[in-house]
Design a protein around this ligand. Sequence first.
Ligand code: AMP
Ligand code: TRP
Length: 329
Amino acid sequence: MKRMLSGIKPTGQLHLGNYIGALKNFVNYQDEYEMFAFIANLHCITTAQDPNELQKNLKDCVALYLACGLDPNKATIFLQTDIKAQAQLGYIICCHTYMGELNRMTQFKDKMAKNETNLSGGLYTYPALMAADILIYDPDYVPVGDDQKQHVELTRDLAERFNNKYGELFKVPEPLISKVGARIMSLSDPSKKMSKSDDNDKGCVYLLDDLNVAKKKVMSAVTDSLANVKYDPINQPGISNLIQIYSSLSNNMPYAEIEKMFEGKGYGDFKKAVSEKVCETLSDIQEKYNNIINSDILEKTLNDGATKANLIAEEKLKKVQKALGMEIL
Ligand code: AMP
Ligand code: TRP
Protein backbone atom coordinates (compact mmCIF):
# COMPACT_ATOMS: atom_id res chain seq x y z
CA MET A 1 0.00 0.00 0.00
CA LYS A 2 1.38 3.41 -0.93
CA ARG A 3 1.75 5.88 1.92
CA MET A 4 0.31 9.36 2.16
CA LEU A 5 0.92 12.10 4.71
CA SER A 6 -0.50 15.54 5.34
CA GLY A 7 -1.00 18.05 8.11
CA ILE A 8 -3.10 21.04 9.03
CA LYS A 9 -1.99 24.03 11.03
CA PRO A 10 -5.07 25.07 13.03
CA THR A 11 -4.12 28.62 13.94
CA GLY A 12 -7.82 29.37 13.70
CA GLN A 13 -10.99 27.39 13.23
CA LEU A 14 -11.04 25.04 10.26
CA HIS A 15 -13.03 26.34 7.30
CA LEU A 16 -14.62 25.17 4.09
CA GLY A 17 -11.35 25.73 2.17
CA ASN A 18 -9.52 23.36 4.53
CA TYR A 19 -12.32 20.84 4.15
CA ILE A 20 -12.55 20.93 0.37
CA GLY A 21 -8.84 21.46 -0.34
CA ALA A 22 -7.46 19.03 2.22
CA LEU A 23 -9.59 17.14 4.77
CA LYS A 24 -12.16 15.72 2.39
CA ASN A 25 -9.33 14.28 0.31
CA PHE A 26 -7.65 12.70 3.33
CA VAL A 27 -10.92 10.90 4.01
CA ASN A 28 -11.30 9.74 0.41
CA TYR A 29 -7.75 8.43 0.34
CA GLN A 30 -7.74 6.55 3.63
CA ASP A 31 -9.07 3.31 2.12
CA GLU A 32 -6.61 3.22 -0.73
CA TYR A 33 -3.50 4.47 1.04
CA GLU A 34 -1.74 4.16 4.34
CA MET A 35 -2.75 7.60 5.59
CA PHE A 36 -0.85 9.71 8.13
CA ALA A 37 -2.69 12.89 9.17
CA PHE A 38 -1.24 15.14 11.83
CA ILE A 39 -1.98 18.39 13.58
CA ALA A 40 0.90 20.80 13.08
CA ASN A 41 0.98 22.44 16.50
CA LEU A 42 4.64 23.47 16.13
CA HIS A 43 3.86 25.29 12.89
CA CYS A 44 1.01 27.04 14.69
CA ILE A 45 3.35 28.97 16.95
CA THR A 46 5.38 30.45 14.08
CA THR A 47 2.92 33.35 14.45
CA ALA A 48 1.71 34.73 17.80
CA GLN A 49 -1.14 32.76 19.36
CA ASP A 50 -3.40 33.17 22.33
CA PRO A 51 -2.72 30.00 24.40
CA ASN A 52 -6.37 29.36 25.35
CA GLU A 53 -7.58 29.84 21.83
CA LEU A 54 -4.81 27.69 20.37
CA GLN A 55 -5.61 24.84 22.73
CA LYS A 56 -9.27 24.98 21.73
CA ASN A 57 -8.44 25.07 18.04
CA LEU A 58 -6.10 22.09 18.34
CA LYS A 59 -8.71 20.02 20.14
CA ASP A 60 -11.37 21.04 17.64
CA CYS A 61 -9.05 20.09 14.82
CA VAL A 62 -8.66 16.49 16.07
CA ALA A 63 -12.41 16.27 16.60
CA LEU A 64 -13.04 17.66 13.12
CA TYR A 65 -10.60 15.20 11.54
CA LEU A 66 -12.82 12.46 12.98
CA ALA A 67 -16.12 14.26 12.34
CA CYS A 68 -15.19 14.72 8.68
CA GLY A 69 -14.71 10.98 8.40
CA LEU A 70 -11.09 10.13 9.14
CA ASP A 71 -11.18 6.73 10.79
CA PRO A 72 -8.51 6.12 13.46
CA ASN A 73 -8.63 2.42 12.62
CA LYS A 74 -7.46 3.21 9.11
CA ALA A 75 -5.48 6.46 9.39
CA THR A 76 -2.69 7.32 11.82
CA ILE A 77 -3.74 10.59 13.45
CA PHE A 78 -1.28 12.40 15.71
CA LEU A 79 -0.05 15.65 17.20
CA GLN A 80 3.25 17.00 15.86
CA THR A 81 4.77 17.63 19.31
CA ASP A 82 4.17 14.01 20.34
CA ILE A 83 6.81 13.01 17.81
CA LYS A 84 9.99 14.65 19.08
CA ALA A 85 12.06 13.20 16.24
CA GLN A 86 10.15 15.37 13.78
CA ALA A 87 11.49 18.60 15.30
CA GLN A 88 14.98 17.18 15.60
CA LEU A 89 15.04 16.18 11.94
CA GLY A 90 13.61 19.64 11.23
CA TYR A 91 16.74 21.19 12.69
CA ILE A 92 19.01 18.89 10.68
CA ILE A 93 17.13 19.71 7.49
CA CYS A 94 17.19 23.42 8.30
CA CYS A 95 20.98 23.21 8.35
CA HIS A 96 20.81 21.91 4.76
CA THR A 97 18.35 24.50 3.48
CA TYR A 98 19.77 27.58 1.78
CA MET A 99 18.55 31.01 2.78
CA GLY A 100 18.00 31.69 -0.92
CA GLU A 101 15.47 28.87 -0.97
CA LEU A 102 13.65 30.16 2.08
CA ASN A 103 13.64 33.67 0.62
CA ARG A 104 11.79 32.36 -2.42
CA MET A 105 8.85 30.86 -0.50
CA THR A 106 5.81 32.88 -1.51
CA GLN A 107 4.01 32.44 1.80
CA PHE A 108 6.88 34.13 3.62
CA LYS A 109 7.41 36.69 0.86
CA ASP A 110 3.72 37.68 1.03
CA LYS A 111 4.00 38.32 4.74
CA MET A 112 7.19 40.34 4.23
CA ALA A 113 5.52 42.35 1.48
CA LYS A 114 2.67 43.25 3.81
CA ASN A 115 5.29 44.82 6.07
CA GLU A 116 4.13 42.75 8.99
CA THR A 117 6.37 43.50 11.93
CA ASN A 118 8.01 40.97 14.23
CA LEU A 119 8.01 38.05 11.79
CA SER A 120 9.70 35.19 13.63
CA GLY A 121 12.70 33.07 12.70
CA GLY A 122 10.40 30.07 13.08
CA LEU A 123 8.14 31.39 10.34
CA TYR A 124 11.11 31.89 8.04
CA THR A 125 12.51 28.38 8.57
CA TYR A 126 9.19 26.58 8.73
CA PRO A 127 9.49 24.99 5.27
CA ALA A 128 12.49 23.03 6.62
CA LEU A 129 10.39 21.68 9.48
CA MET A 130 7.61 20.91 7.04
CA ALA A 131 10.11 18.94 4.96
CA ALA A 132 11.05 16.95 8.07
CA ASP A 133 7.36 16.33 8.88
CA ILE A 134 7.10 14.70 5.51
CA LEU A 135 10.43 12.99 4.88
CA ILE A 136 10.59 11.28 8.26
CA TYR A 137 7.67 9.05 7.18
CA ASP A 138 8.77 8.27 3.59
CA PRO A 139 5.33 8.97 2.09
CA ASP A 140 4.71 8.52 -1.63
CA TYR A 141 2.20 11.38 -1.78
CA VAL A 142 1.41 14.57 0.09
CA PRO A 143 -2.17 15.77 -0.53
CA VAL A 144 -2.36 19.54 -0.02
CA GLY A 145 -4.13 22.62 -1.31
CA ASP A 146 -2.52 24.70 -4.00
CA ASP A 147 -0.81 27.08 -1.55
CA GLN A 148 1.41 24.30 -0.18
CA LYS A 149 2.71 23.02 -3.50
CA GLN A 150 5.84 25.14 -3.36
CA HIS A 151 6.71 23.79 0.10
CA VAL A 152 6.34 20.20 -1.10
CA GLU A 153 8.54 20.99 -4.09
CA LEU A 154 11.21 22.34 -1.77
CA THR A 155 10.83 19.13 0.26
CA ARG A 156 11.59 17.11 -2.89
CA ASP A 157 14.72 19.17 -3.57
CA LEU A 158 15.88 18.67 0.00
CA ALA A 159 15.27 14.91 -0.13
CA GLU A 160 17.39 14.71 -3.28
CA ARG A 161 20.11 16.85 -1.70
CA PHE A 162 20.37 14.46 1.26
CA ASN A 163 20.23 11.37 -0.94
CA ASN A 164 23.00 12.70 -3.19
CA LYS A 165 25.21 13.69 -0.32
CA TYR A 166 24.65 10.89 2.21
CA GLY A 167 23.18 7.97 0.25
CA GLU A 168 19.51 6.95 -0.07
CA LEU A 169 17.85 8.31 3.06
CA PHE A 170 14.48 9.62 1.93
CA LYS A 171 11.77 8.76 -0.52
CA VAL A 172 11.14 11.75 -2.82
CA PRO A 173 7.41 12.48 -2.31
CA GLU A 174 4.94 13.91 -4.78
CA PRO A 175 2.43 16.65 -4.02
CA LEU A 176 -1.13 15.64 -4.76
CA ILE A 177 -3.33 18.59 -5.62
CA SER A 178 -6.95 17.85 -6.40
CA LYS A 179 -8.38 19.21 -9.64
CA VAL A 180 -11.47 20.61 -7.97
CA GLY A 181 -11.20 22.77 -4.88
CA ALA A 182 -7.45 23.17 -4.51
CA ARG A 183 -8.04 26.89 -4.03
CA ILE A 184 -11.37 27.95 -2.60
CA MET A 185 -11.64 31.72 -2.68
CA SER A 186 -13.03 34.15 -0.14
CA LEU A 187 -16.77 34.70 -0.56
CA SER A 188 -16.37 38.43 0.02
CA ASP A 189 -13.30 38.89 -2.18
CA PRO A 190 -12.86 36.15 -4.79
CA SER A 191 -9.40 37.42 -5.68
CA LYS A 192 -8.12 36.13 -2.31
CA LYS A 193 -8.14 32.58 -1.02
CA MET A 194 -10.57 31.66 1.74
CA SER A 195 -8.46 31.91 4.84
CA LYS A 196 -8.74 31.91 8.60
CA SER A 197 -6.52 34.97 8.66
CA ASP A 198 -9.14 36.78 6.59
CA ASP A 199 -9.79 40.17 8.16
CA ASN A 200 -13.31 39.97 6.94
CA ASP A 201 -15.17 37.05 8.53
CA LYS A 202 -17.91 37.20 5.90
CA GLY A 203 -15.69 35.61 3.28
CA CYS A 204 -14.89 32.48 5.26
CA VAL A 205 -17.34 29.70 6.18
CA TYR A 206 -16.11 27.86 9.27
CA LEU A 207 -16.99 24.20 9.68
CA LEU A 208 -18.48 25.01 13.07
CA ASP A 209 -20.42 28.09 11.92
CA ASP A 210 -24.05 28.23 12.92
CA LEU A 211 -25.99 27.07 9.85
CA ASN A 212 -27.88 30.36 9.54
CA VAL A 213 -24.63 32.28 9.61
CA ALA A 214 -23.12 29.99 6.97
CA LYS A 215 -26.19 30.40 4.78
CA LYS A 216 -26.00 34.18 5.08
CA LYS A 217 -22.33 34.17 4.09
CA VAL A 218 -23.06 32.17 0.93
CA MET A 219 -26.15 34.22 0.05
CA SER A 220 -24.14 37.44 0.29
CA ALA A 221 -21.15 36.12 -1.68
CA VAL A 222 -19.74 38.66 -4.13
CA THR A 223 -20.70 37.85 -7.74
CA ASP A 224 -20.91 39.98 -10.89
CA SER A 225 -23.45 41.63 -13.14
CA LEU A 226 -23.29 39.12 -16.00
CA ALA A 227 -26.26 37.11 -14.65
CA ASN A 228 -25.00 33.85 -16.07
CA VAL A 229 -23.93 30.80 -14.05
CA LYS A 230 -20.75 30.04 -15.93
CA TYR A 231 -17.32 28.76 -14.92
CA ASP A 232 -15.03 31.58 -16.00
CA PRO A 233 -12.54 32.36 -13.22
CA ILE A 234 -11.12 35.39 -15.04
CA ASN A 235 -14.33 37.27 -15.76
CA GLN A 236 -16.61 35.68 -13.16
CA PRO A 237 -14.38 34.75 -10.22
CA GLY A 238 -17.15 34.84 -7.59
CA ILE A 239 -19.56 32.62 -9.50
CA SER A 240 -16.73 30.30 -10.53
CA ASN A 241 -15.78 29.91 -6.87
CA LEU A 242 -19.37 28.99 -5.99
CA ILE A 243 -19.45 26.50 -8.87
CA GLN A 244 -16.27 24.96 -7.51
CA ILE A 245 -17.78 24.66 -4.03
CA TYR A 246 -21.01 23.19 -5.41
CA SER A 247 -19.13 20.68 -7.54
CA SER A 248 -16.85 19.59 -4.75
CA LEU A 249 -19.75 19.04 -2.36
CA SER A 250 -21.66 17.08 -5.04
CA ASN A 251 -19.13 14.31 -5.75
CA ASN A 252 -17.22 16.53 -8.18
CA MET A 253 -20.20 17.09 -10.46
CA PRO A 254 -18.77 18.43 -13.78
CA TYR A 255 -18.91 22.22 -14.10
CA ALA A 256 -20.76 21.91 -17.44
CA GLU A 257 -23.52 19.96 -15.75
CA ILE A 258 -23.88 22.62 -13.06
CA GLU A 259 -23.98 25.36 -15.73
CA LYS A 260 -26.75 23.44 -17.48
CA MET A 261 -28.76 22.93 -14.29
CA PHE A 262 -28.80 26.66 -13.64
CA GLU A 263 -29.17 27.88 -17.21
CA GLY A 264 -31.58 30.80 -17.34
CA LYS A 265 -31.84 30.93 -13.55
CA GLY A 266 -30.80 33.89 -11.42
CA TYR A 267 -27.84 34.06 -9.06
CA GLY A 268 -30.28 33.98 -6.13
CA ASP A 269 -31.43 30.48 -7.07
CA PHE A 270 -27.88 29.30 -7.58
CA LYS A 271 -26.65 30.75 -4.29
CA LYS A 272 -29.57 29.10 -2.51
CA ALA A 273 -28.57 25.73 -3.97
CA VAL A 274 -24.93 26.27 -2.97
CA SER A 275 -25.93 27.31 0.54
CA GLU A 276 -28.06 24.16 0.87
CA LYS A 277 -25.10 21.98 -0.11
CA VAL A 278 -22.84 23.83 2.33
CA CYS A 279 -25.39 23.56 5.17
CA GLU A 280 -25.95 19.83 4.52
CA THR A 281 -22.21 19.26 4.76
CA LEU A 282 -21.79 21.41 7.87
CA SER A 283 -24.77 19.91 9.63
CA ASP A 284 -23.45 16.38 9.13
CA ILE A 285 -19.97 17.35 10.36
CA GLN A 286 -21.33 19.28 13.34
CA GLU A 287 -23.55 16.44 14.50
CA LYS A 288 -20.55 14.10 14.58
CA TYR A 289 -18.33 16.77 16.14
CA ASN A 290 -20.80 17.23 19.01
CA ASN A 291 -20.69 13.52 19.79
CA ILE A 292 -16.90 13.40 19.69
CA ILE A 293 -15.66 16.61 21.31
CA ASN A 294 -16.19 15.53 24.91
CA SER A 295 -15.58 11.82 24.51
CA ASP A 296 -12.36 9.97 25.31
CA ILE A 297 -11.92 8.97 21.70
CA LEU A 298 -9.73 12.04 21.10
CA GLU A 299 -7.16 10.97 23.67
CA LYS A 300 -7.15 7.38 22.48
CA THR A 301 -6.79 8.44 18.85
CA LEU A 302 -3.79 10.67 19.60
CA ASN A 303 -2.12 8.11 21.87
CA ASP A 304 -2.45 5.31 19.32
CA GLY A 305 -1.32 7.62 16.52
CA ALA A 306 1.74 8.80 18.47
CA THR A 307 2.80 5.24 19.25
CA LYS A 308 2.66 4.23 15.63
CA ALA A 309 4.25 7.41 14.25
CA ASN A 310 7.07 7.41 16.83
CA LEU A 311 8.21 3.94 15.81
CA ILE A 312 8.75 5.07 12.23
CA ALA A 313 10.09 8.54 13.04
CA GLU A 314 12.68 7.45 15.60
CA GLU A 315 14.10 4.82 13.33
CA LYS A 316 14.44 7.29 10.47
CA LEU A 317 16.05 9.95 12.66
CA LYS A 318 18.66 7.44 13.86
CA LYS A 319 19.41 6.45 10.29
CA VAL A 320 19.88 10.10 9.27
CA GLN A 321 22.05 10.98 12.25
CA LYS A 322 24.20 7.93 11.57
CA ALA A 323 24.61 8.85 7.91
CA LEU A 324 25.67 12.36 8.91
CA GLY A 325 28.25 11.07 11.39
CA MET A 326 26.40 12.46 14.37
CA GLU A 327 26.13 9.20 16.34
CA ILE A 328 29.19 7.97 18.22
CA LEU A 329 28.14 4.48 19.30
P1 AMP B 1 -3.69 25.39 6.82
O1 AMP B 1 -4.98 25.61 7.49
O2 AMP B 1 -3.08 26.62 6.22
O3 AMP B 1 -2.75 24.54 7.62
O4 AMP B 1 -4.06 24.49 5.56
C1 AMP B 1 -4.41 23.15 5.72
C2 AMP B 1 -4.68 22.56 4.38
O5 AMP B 1 -5.84 23.18 3.80
C3 AMP B 1 -3.54 22.74 3.38
O6 AMP B 1 -3.43 21.57 2.58
C4 AMP B 1 -4.00 23.90 2.56
O7 AMP B 1 -3.45 23.89 1.27
C5 AMP B 1 -5.52 23.70 2.52
N1 AMP B 1 -6.23 24.97 2.32
C6 AMP B 1 -6.17 26.07 3.12
N2 AMP B 1 -6.95 27.07 2.61
C7 AMP B 1 -7.48 26.59 1.46
C8 AMP B 1 -8.37 27.13 0.46
N3 AMP B 1 -8.85 28.38 0.56
N4 AMP B 1 -8.71 26.35 -0.58
C9 AMP B 1 -8.23 25.08 -0.69
N5 AMP B 1 -7.39 24.51 0.21
C10 AMP B 1 -7.02 25.24 1.27
N1 TRP C 1 2.29 24.02 6.05
C1 TRP C 1 1.01 23.40 5.99
C2 TRP C 1 -0.07 24.50 5.95
O1 TRP C 1 0.15 25.60 6.38
C3 TRP C 1 0.75 22.48 7.14
C4 TRP C 1 1.78 21.41 7.18
C5 TRP C 1 2.83 21.33 8.05
C6 TRP C 1 1.87 20.29 6.30
N2 TRP C 1 3.56 20.22 7.80
C7 TRP C 1 3.02 19.56 6.74
C8 TRP C 1 1.12 19.84 5.22
C9 TRP C 1 3.41 18.40 6.09
C10 TRP C 1 1.53 18.68 4.57
C11 TRP C 1 2.66 17.96 5.01
O2 TRP C 1 -1.12 24.24 5.48
